[in-house]
Design a protein. Sequence first.
Length: 122
Amino acid sequence: MESFTIRASEIAHEQRIIETQDLGAFYRFVNKRISNRSCVGAIATPDGTILTNNYDRANAFNAYFSSVNVADNGSIPDCRSVSLTGILDTIIHLMKEMFSVPSINLRIICRLGPTAYHTYVI
């Protein structure tokens, strides 16, 4: 029963974001959904020791990443063949799933940027 009330609260929150048509609230909501804010849990070393404090975990990660490090050969990889369309399609698909509303007309709140010019002018 508790999970039902939590989900109902989440749905009501999402509905309020849609109804207010506030672009800033929309992007804050999306960024909270896509960012990973979880902490690092306990890790095990190769000898089986469990590390739980930050200092030991940091040293273990440092040792691991140092062991898999590759020396820079000075060449710059060719990235022109990388396609972003698949990534963008995935993001659009996920956003459509998150907001199962046929059309979202968001109201853009106009504010001056740090240069005192409107952001549309820049």
